[in-house]
Design a protein around this ligand. Structure first.
Ligand code: AP5
Length: 190
């Protein structure tokens, strides 16, 4: 199985590149942000709980995220592997994911980290906010919080995979096709 963590700050292009990866490599997309937005839209208890954190640009508590990912993994049959988008976002989540992979007799193949400077991230998020309907895209303070949370709580996850020799960095600025070519070169080595 091919299990890839696609990593990067808000607006780095994780969702955009995930779509291309799943099409080429026939993987299952597991985006925790998308799963939470689905729950939110359906008005579930999980969605109501997540909304409080998402609206402020803060992380949903680890135990909630890990439980949701565990359920998604358990309910997915016949897959070539997963592309994890927006997960893991804390070292505790990364450790839990390793455990879940081990229980399923598999492991993380590698992490691909998209590198994009802060000004470009903000521009992309502001632009998307005009049409996305995402409440966390529409307010400068929330965008700032999301980037700060990424730097403080999520960036250590890259070191977690680097220590395992599983980190590859890709420049996330350029054309979507060009970035995808660079990502494909990394995946082809797994
Ligand atoms: P989540 O949905 O994961 O959002 P995010 O990490 O903030 O990422 P984004 O969706 O903003 O950006 P992206 O990297 O996918 O970029 P995209 O491809 O859209 O999380 C939302 C919230 O949910 C969190 O804040 C948190 O509250 C909660 N949450 C989720 N997971 C969690 C977890 N594991 N633990 C705890 N809480 C969690 O691209 C951005 C824009 O740029 C698009 O408009 C796109 O068209 C454009 N674009 C993309 N690539 C390019 C390019 N090369 N050139 C020009 N434009 C480009």
């Amino acid at each position: 199985m091919l299990n890839i963590v696609l990593f990067g700050p808000p607006g780095a292009g994780k969702g955009t590149q995930s779509e291309k990866i799943i099409e080429k490599y026939k993987l299952t997309h597991l985006s925790t942000g998308d799963l939470f937005r689905k729950h939110l839209g359906e008005g579930t208890e999980l969605g109501k709980l997540a909304r409080k954190f998402m609206d402020e640009g803060k992380l949903v508590p680890d135990e909630v995220v890990i439980g949701m990912v565990g359920d998604k993994l358990a309910s997915t049959q016949d897959t070539n592997g997963f592309i994890f988008d927006g997960f893991p976002r804390t070292v505790a989540q990364a450790e839990a994911l390793d455990k879940l992979m081990e229980e399923n007799g598999t492991q993380i193949s590698g992490m691909i980290a998209l590198d994009v400077e802060e000004d470009i991230l903000k521009q992309r998020i502001r632009e998307r906010g005009k049409t996305s309907g995402r409440t966390d895209d529409q307010d400068e303070a929330k965008i700032e919080t999301r980037i700060r949370v990424y730097l403080d709580e999520t960036l250590p996850v890259a070191s977690y995979y680097e220590k395992q020799g599983k980190l590859s960095k890709v420049n996330g600025v350029g054309t979507i096709e060009g970035i995808f070519e660079d990502i494909s070169k990394v995946i082809d080595q797994y």
